[in-house]
Ligand binder design. Structure first.
Ligand code: SF4
Length: 363
């Protein structure tokens, strides 16, 4: 999406900027724009970023759109308004361009996966004689991406799984998106082992009856889910949806693929963040929505569509909100060495291979 979607008056009226901060925000926007011109800098922003950051960004999108955009970057430097794995992904695909992250606290609970644990799980599947491919959600760090056959995002995960050509998929790390992949590609969903308690014999006893059940049903294969979840989406409950349905049966309920399977089944649509934005824009006849994802996207939808009503069972991600306009400005101005994203070259190349495979299969 092109940025610059909203002016200061609407942000103040909607309560996103305190009236006393109005002049400061205008000053920062002007300075950021001046520095962008002088340094030929590029500012991508994720859909979950604060509205005053989205308003001054050069490009706003979901993880897949940001990855594709990174591949084509032609700039003097990048200040990536998102979380660390996204900035890493940008550096992975644009290694010639310095990439900075405004806040070192912009991390992600889902992305904290140990590469040694992934290697252990792959070895376990080989020991069972499974014909599998490893898919990593882009919400991982580069060392884990480098261990996979392809990355995916919530907008393209089923398509990537279908394109990889293996009956079984080891899906790392989001267990809920793994469910979505299984349903959409006619594979058996194999629930993850308990977090931090992988025990090969126990896990084998847990999954083998399910594998046989899937075989009797004639399914394509299996999706081995990892024991990860986004703490923001995983805390949403079916009661969140039930309350909306009881209050307003006509409201359209849209959930992100990172919510639990029972919510995915209860929703009208399961979409990525940019797909949600496009869905709302494409349906002028539908005026009331409940969007179950991080609140940043819902805030932008309210600003984009003042004529529509949005219920707010959304949740805030503290990592996405670690960046603010001040830190974006300082990073662009000072280019602090500790906020520059770098990777060992071998790891970067491995992650680039998996990300480019995703882009190729998603086309
Ligand atoms: S919303 Fe969830 S997946 Fe996204 S950055 Fe926050 S913790 Fe990570």
């Amino acid at each position: 999406m092109d940025a610059g979607f909203v002016g200061i008056d609407r942000l103040v009226r909607a309560g996103h900027v305190e009236p006393g901060q109005r002049d400061r925000v205008i000053f920062l926007w002007d300075e950021i724009r001046r520095l962008k011109r002088e340094k030929n800098a590029f500012l991508p922003a994720h859909n979950y970023q604060l509205p005053e950051i989205q308003a001054v960004a050069d490009y706003v999108g979901d993880s897949f759109e940001l990855a594709v955009r990174a591949r084509d970057i032609n700039a003097g430097l990048v200040v990536f308004c998102g979380v660390r794995f996204m900035a890493e992904g940008c550096h992975t695909l644009a290694p010639q361009t310095p990439v900075y992250l405004p806040s070192l606290k912009a991390l992600c609970s889902l992305a904290e996966v140990d590469a040694d644990d992934v290697a252990e799980r792959q070895e376990f599947l080989r020991s069972l004689g499974r014909n599998f491919a490893t898919m990593t959600y882009v919400n991982t760090y580069a060392d884990v991406k480098a261990m996979s056959d392809a990355c995916c995002t919530s907008s393209n995960a089923p398509r990537i799984a279908a394109g990889l050509g293996a009956p079984d998929i080891l899906f790392v790390p989001d267990q809920n998106l793994a469910y979505q992949v299984a349903i959409k590609t006619r594979r058996m969903y194999l629930p993850p082992p308990e977090a931090n308690r992988f025990h090969a014999a126990e896990y084998r006893a847990q999954i083998e009856p399910l594998i046989r059940h899937g075989e009797r049903q004639g399914l394509v294969g299996n999706v081995f889910a990892w024991e990860g979840a986004c703490h923001v989406h995983h805390q949403m409950t079916v009661d969140d949806i039930a309350r909306i349905r009881a209050q307003d049966p006509q409201a359209v309920v849209i959930v992100h693929g990172e919510v639990k399977p029972e919510l995915q089944r209860a929703a009208d649509e399961v979409l990525s963040t940019s797909q949600m934005a496009r869905y709302v824009a494409a349906h002028p006849e539908k005026s009331r929505y409940a969007i179950l994802t991080e609140c940043g996207l819902v805030v932008r939808m309210e600003l984009d569509h003042p004529e529509k009503q949005f219920y707010k069972p959304c949740r805030l991600c503290q990592y996405m909100k670690a960046n603010d306009l001040e830190s974006v400005y300082e990073t662009l101005r000072d280019e602090p060495a500790d906020r520059r994203i770098t990777l060992p070259e071998g790891v970067r190349q491995g992650a680039a291979r998996a990300m480019l495979r995703m882009i190729e299969l998603a086309a």
